[in-house]
Design a binder for this molecule. Structure first.
Ligand SMILES: [Zn+2]
Length: 116
């Protein structure tokens, strides 16, 4: 289930960034109550979802098609793990105009994806 996948992305375990010269714009998981992060589920419940990817992108003042969003996930033991953006992030990134994403996979290797 998707919810299970979402609940795996806890707090400080996921970090995302977009390079901006010498200073990357960094995002972390949270529950910022911004309207753009509001989600309504089929059962009528609402919540605010703010994943690291969304947080990083929401801090960008301008977005270019050349921007690359990087997403890393760490397990509790400190190993690098799967950080592929979930469906909510995917939708958010597409709306915001982010095209290129790099994320770590189960083996800690970088993978690329294109959002279209
Ligand atoms: Zn997500």
């Amino acid at each position: 289930m998707r919810e299970a996948a979402l609940s795996n992305e806890q707090a400080f375990h996921v970090v995302a960034w977009v390079e901006r010269g010498k200073t990357p714009v960094i995002g972390v998981n949270g529950s910022a109550e911004k309207p753009e992060f509001r989600r309504r589920f089929k059962d009528g419940k609402e919540c605010f979802i703010s994943h690291a990817e969304m947080d990083a992108v929401s801090k960008l003042r301008d977005i270019s098609p050349h921007d690359v969003l990087h997403v890393m996930r760490f397990t509790k033991r400190g190993n690098i793990s799967m950080a592929k953006p979930c469906k909510y992030c995917h939708e958010y990134l597409r709306k915001k105009g982010i095209k290129k994403v790099r994320y770590t996979d189960w083996n800690g290797e970088w993978q690329k994806m294109t959002i279209d």
